[in-house]
Design a binder for this molecule. Structure first.
Ligand code: PEP
Ligand code: MG
Length: 923
């Protein structure tokens, strides 16, 4: 063979080279080479695809079709059939397949090689005219749609017309003559729509099909899918084309086709899971056109095939050491494996199979940890229906993807996108069945409900992959998209009606049903213990209340890395005292209010310490600008207007009463004025006006143009030392009280917004002074540590001098990102950032994914300089990025000691920390 190699036979291709051969192609090669019964075929490489897409007008790159012909000759030899042979024709499938699995996103053509001549050969081979015409009409439709964009509806209309004429409802009821008529009608549709004759030469067909499949890599569906799942060119670039001998599951009752998972992808149970249809082609199962049978039934209908299928399952798992999602066909008693890939499973199944595969000796602990995407774990913490809710389902379908969701019913994917994504509403996508072009609706919906199709239908597979709840095949529901209504047992579901689906039971409910938090499974616990064993980063939680802390503890947090104390000030009974403190005219008044707050804060801290004992709890001193606790200027102005109006009305009544006295009816006038005064006490109104006016004055005095860069954080603590002193005292007294009753606690005091060492020195001064006072009074030795947040650019630059004063650093990456980019963290995300991301100016939202190159660089410098002064300096992160897997990997590389994130993200962070450590060892 001369020139560049574009094509690899299944016997030759490198099964590990998914980049070159695509996942499907590589697996077909690998399966062929380790002895599974795969129909002969070959793969055209992804490189060829990219070369072709560079300039499609030049046609396929040079040499491709020559190599294809050589490979076809080999396939002909292996099968004993001829491509285009009118006596014994070889038919092939032409399928896409890139390095990353993108189910249903690209195109496939089946039965290629059929034409008027070879059709006769099929009749002779099979003695079955019905089968021949059925294959032919499928080919014409797929080829027309994929290669030349003939709309499906044109074919469907012809198909339905013949069905109606024949008085049949199901495809299987159609006779050979009916299918012949359908083929003829389809050829006419093709010619009318494309203005050209249907290509008869099988090699012409093949060349057009190869180009079409290559072209589908840049189709809208595929491009959208890659964008949504962040599939970069490094992960998958171009699609391969797999050309494979057709085998038929629709050759009669000794034939079948099916799809199966080697283990249950919903629960992880170690048992073959799947569906099959006797006398059918593969896409009949996937498209949900006929409702398939559960795989267990195969043992009754075809016992020998069931035995071989079990054997195939074992071979696949022991070879791939991963749960496989495979397609099989039985053609007249012979079992073929057509495709396999790693099974997409929900988190529950991933965790259970990971733990069990370690116990079975199939995987090491490290492999078991690495096969789970940390972000996926959050699914296990999704809400489920409250078992106490006594509600009757209106319909039941198949539990296709677990978890529960409520939302407004919408009947098509575009509407789902508008309501769900653009308007931010919760929606449930309700369809008869879904197709790959509905993918944008999946992204926007809380859950998916279909009235047709099985657990391996498109809707089920895609929803499971996304971790969204799905109920499939709820056959009691009849969907009428035209009227935008669905009917179920005499009820009508209109678009916009609230529905709840339970993807774990298959139940569908009208209305919004209460949900409860899920439990932490024993398997997840086990897996995360393994994660902790290999991780270097400790995972702490951001928690402000004993309840949050208890949840964080349940999820395995190793302490509290951030308690935002201002949240405690917002409680209804405290706010008036806080306001008293703010509007205080002098220090004495302020101190009086703080004296009232002290016991409350002490109790707060003690509550946290008790729950977390003996783990560390990091108390951050007050951070936000204090005017945040006051009403807004606009609110106060409107209150004052109303009060003045009220005052005028009361005074007006008095004037009115006075004039009546002057006139003639003093007694009536007096009683009117009295009754008004009875309802509204003028004195109280006057007092309220006075209070609000004072408050307005204060609010105006505190107003800042840039409050995020204003009088907040340590700046407050320096200008109003009594506030920080109260919080420090509350912390230390709580520590002393705990110590006195034998509760071991490790508080850490953390100062926000620091930019100079002098600020830290002063606050440390308050602490030293209060510590000796509390120690003296309580007789307890206190161990509270002292540290600083690093969330200001100058703090990074001055890390050396800050390290002299601090025992630990905690990066506040929310503010540090804001400061580094000069992007307001309040506004950027709903103003220009989405456009920046879409236009590729910024790849990610930096408030979500840590900007390693900019913010990260500052962090690295701060760590290096801080540890230069104090090698034992403990460093962590408590901004939102602390729960984001990719950012956690960065924190590991940067040598941090811990990450702190919200409680529900703790399991995700624990696994991500393990991944970071394991991946660092690998590289
Ligand atoms: C931060 O800035 O990252 C941080 C944790 O503090 P806050 O979000 O409370 O400003
Ligand atoms: Mg901050």
């Amino acid at each position: 063979m001369s020139g560049k190699r574009h094509v690899y036979a299944f016997q030759d291709g490198d099964g590990k080279n998914k980049h070159l051969l695509g996942g499907k192609g590589a697996n077909l090669c690998e399966m062929t080479q380790f002895g599974l019964n795969v129909p002969p075929g070959f793969v055209i490489t992804t490189e060829t695809c990219l070369e072709y897409l560079e300039e499609t007008s030049r046609g396929l790159p040079e040499g491709v079709m020559t190599q294809v012909r050589e490979q076809m000759a080999a396939v002909e030899q292996a099968t004993g059939k001829g491509f285009g042979d009118a006596q014994n024709p070889l038919l092939v499938s032409v399928r896409s397949g890139s390095a990353m699995s993108m189910p249903g996103m690209m195109d496939t053509i089946l039965n290629l090689g059929l034409n008027a001549d070879t059709l006769q050969g099929v009749f002779e081979q099979t003695g079955d005219a019905r089968f021949g015409y059925d294959a032919y009409r499928r080919f014409i439709q797929l080829f027309g749609k994929v290669a030349l964009n003939v709309p499906d509806e044109l074919f469907d209309a012809e198909f339905d017309a013949v069905k109606q004429k024949a008085h049949v409802t199901a495809d299987v009821g159609l006779s050979a003559d009916d299918l012949k008529e359908i083929s003829e009608r389809f050829l006419r549709v093709f010619e009318e729509h494309t203005g050209r004759a249907f290509p008869e030469d099988p090699y012409d067909q093949l060349e057009i099909a190869i180009k079409a499949v290559f072209g589908s890599w840049m189709g809208k569906r595929a491009v959208d899918y890659r964008r949504e799942f962040n599939i970069t060119p490094e992960m998958a670039n171009g699609t391969a084309v797999n050309v494979c001998t057709m085998v038929f599951g629709n050759r009669g009752d000794d034939s079948a086709t099916g799809v199966a998972f080697t283990r249950n992808p919903g629960t992880g149970e170690n048992k073959l899971f799947g569906e099959y249809l006797i006398n059918a082609q593969g896409e009949d199962v996937v498209a949900g056109i006929r409702t398939p049978k559960p795989i267990d039934k195969l043992a009754d209908e075809m016992p020998e095939m069931a035995r071989q299928l079990a054997e195939l399952r074992d071979k696949l798992e022991s070879h791939y050491k991963e749960v496989q999602d495979f397609e099989f066909t039985i053609e007249r008693g012979t079992l073929y494996c057509l495709q396999t890939r790693n099974g997409k499973m929900n988190a529950i199944a991933m965790v259970r199979t990971s733990v069990e595969m370690v116990q079975e000796g199939l995987l090491s602990k490290e492999e078991a940890l690495l096969r789970i995407d940390p972000a996926h774990l959050e699914q296990m913490l999704y809400p489920r229906l409250d078992p106490k809710a006594r509600v009757e389902p209106i319909a039941q379908g198949l539990p296709a993807s677990p978890g529960a969701a409520s939302g407004f019913a919408v009947f098509d994917a575009d509407r789902a996108e508008i309501q769900g994504k653009d308007q931010g509403q919760k929606v449930i996508l309700l369809r008869e069945e879904t197709k790959p072009e509905d993918i944008h609706g999946f992204f926007a919906a809380q859950g998916i409900l279909t009235s047709r199709g099985g657990k391996t239908s498109h809707a089920a597979v895609v929803a499971r992959g996304m971790g969204k709840p799905c109920v499939a095949g709820a056959e009691g529901i009849h969907v009428d998209v035209q009227r935008r209504e669905a009917y179920v047992g005499g009820r009508v579901i209109r678009e916009g009606d609230m529905l709840t689906i339970d993807g774990s039971t298959g139940n569908v409910f009208l209305g919004e049903i209460p949900m409860v938090e899920p439990d932490f499974s024993a398997e997840l616990n086990r897996l995360l213990q393994w994660a902790d064993e290999v991780a270097y980063l400790r995972v702490m939680a951001n928690a402000d209340t004993p309840n949050d802390a208890a949840r964080a503890l349940k999820y395995g947090a190793k302490g509290i890395g951030l308690c935002r104390t201002e949240r405690m000030f917002n409680a209804v009974e405290r706010l008036p005292v806080v306001i008293e403190m703010i509007v205080a005219e002098d220090q004495a008044q302020r101190q009086a209010a703080l004296d009232k707050l002290l016991p409350m804060q002490r109790a707060d801290f003690k509550g946290l310490f008790e729950v977390m004992s003996p783990l560390p709890v990091t108390i951050r001193l007050l951070d936000p600008p204090i005017h945040e606790f006051l009403p807004t200027e606009r609110q106060l102005q409107s209150d004052l207007e109303q009060l003045s109006h009220l005052r005028r009305s009361v005074l007006g009544m008095e004037v009115l009463a006075g004039s009546m006295i002057l006139l003639h009816d003093p007694s009536a006038a007096k009683s009117e004025a009295d009754s008004m005064r009875h309802i509204v006490d003028l004195e109280l109104v006057e007092q309220a006006i006075e209070k609000k006016t004072l408050m307005l004055k204060k609010v105006r005095a505190l107003t800042e143009v840039n409050p995020m860069l204003g009088h907040r954080g340590v700046r407050l603590g320096i200008t109003f030392p009594e506030i920080y002193k109260m919080q420090i005292r509350a912390t230390l007294e709580a520590e002393a009280e705990c110590a006195a009753i034998g509760i071991e606690v490790h508080p850490q005091m953390m100062v926000p917004q620091v930019c100079t060492a002098e600020e830290l020195k002063r606050v440390r001064g308050y602490m030293d002074e209060i510590r000796s006072d509390v120690e003296q009074k309580s007789g307890q030795r206190l161990n509270c540590r002292f540290g600083t947040m690093i969330e200001v650019v100058r703090a990074c630059m001055r890390a050396e001098s800050l390290a002299e004063e601090a025992e630990f650093f905690s990066f506040g990456t929310n503010d540090l990102t804001q400061a580094t980019f000069s992007f307001s963290r309040e506004d950027a995300e709903n103003k220009f950032l989405p456009m920046y991301n879409q236009a590729g100016i910024l790849q990610d939202n930096p408030f979500e994914v840590l900007d390693a190159k900019g913010v990260g660089k500052l962090m690295q410098l701060a760590v290096e300089w801080g540890r230069g002064v104090k090698p034992e300096l403990s460093v962590g992160i408590c901004g939102e990025h602390g729960g984001h897997p990719q950012s956690i990997a960065f924190c590991h590389q940067a040598g941090l000691n811990y990450v702190s994130c919200s409680a529900p993200r703790v399991p995700v962070a624990r696994l991500a920390a393990a991944h970071a450590a394991l991946n660092a060892v690998k590289t």
